[in-house]
Design a protein around this ligand. Sequence first.
Ligand code: NAD
Length: 300
Amino acid sequence: MTEPEAGRARLLEGGPIAAEIRAAVAEDVATFTASRGRPPGLAVVIIGRDAPSTVYLEQILRGCAKVGIAGRFAELEGQATEASITSAIRDLNDDPTVDGIIVQMPLPPSIRLRAIVDCIDPAKDIDGIHPLNAGLLRLGYDGFLPATAHAAVEILRRSGIEIAGQDATVVGRSAVVGMPAAFLLVREDATVTVCHRRTRDLTEHVRRADIVIVAAGRPGLITGEMLKPGAVVVDVGINVVDGRLVGDVDFESASRVAAAITPVPGGVGPLTNALLLTHLIRAAERQGRDALALISGDSA
Ligand code: NAD
């Protein structure tokens, strides 16, 4: 964590936390591989190589390779039908060497999200998009969390930011980021407001927050003038402006008012990828246990 200059917010960097997490995952992967005789496996379903998220997905596979996870693309052609995608996912559900499945998002416009999401085995759904995992989160049970929302809250926890009892405002209510981040904050005992594009007075809700998580996909949406002095700001946004990667928060003005802020890039992003690996090893260990339970059942 970088110490602040006078009048500047403390920088909450995801990189060092991600490195710690990856080191722990590498140990768990080594133990798993030694005991099971195979590495944990991740399959990334990709529909057409030129999809915008390909770079991000390649990054995930590189992260897997570094810690000894067998990651691979399950590649379908760009014109693939819904039936061929669901059939490929079902094959991965049945493949005992695949412990986790991620599907490229956004899907091509002709493919219905729900049809794809519903057919992922919830036990292999390491990015928490299946309705079962979403429901478990909503009820406060232990399922797979969407990795980005998990990272947005985990960066606060691991940076020693108090969450319990704080007023938090989440800007964005998507199923993959905003809403799960809000549920996680509630689980951590924050008092949470969720804002969205129809919110009447965004500034009012942001200004009373001790913690602001922003996931709107709008560069510069949140400025320093909107923040309560001393607030903690987590910027989930990833936008390209003039060839540069920026978040949803105007970093320059916000870092003069906030007590702590995540940079973009280098904040939530690196932590998202590292947490995804922890979800994968957990899925692998769980499936291993189920398989072992069946074996001992057979021999009883
Ligand atoms: P989305 O488009 O699905 O949802 C955006 C949300 O923001 C919506 O709920 C919308 O109502 C709200 N919103 C839009 N304009 C607003 C405004 N002017 N005022 C208030 N609310 C407004 O996007 P998403 O998938 O949730 O992603 C959000 C951002 O997070 C994007 O920039 C995306 O690139 C980024 N993202 C980052 C990571 C990461 O690892 N850091 C991962 C996924 C997405």
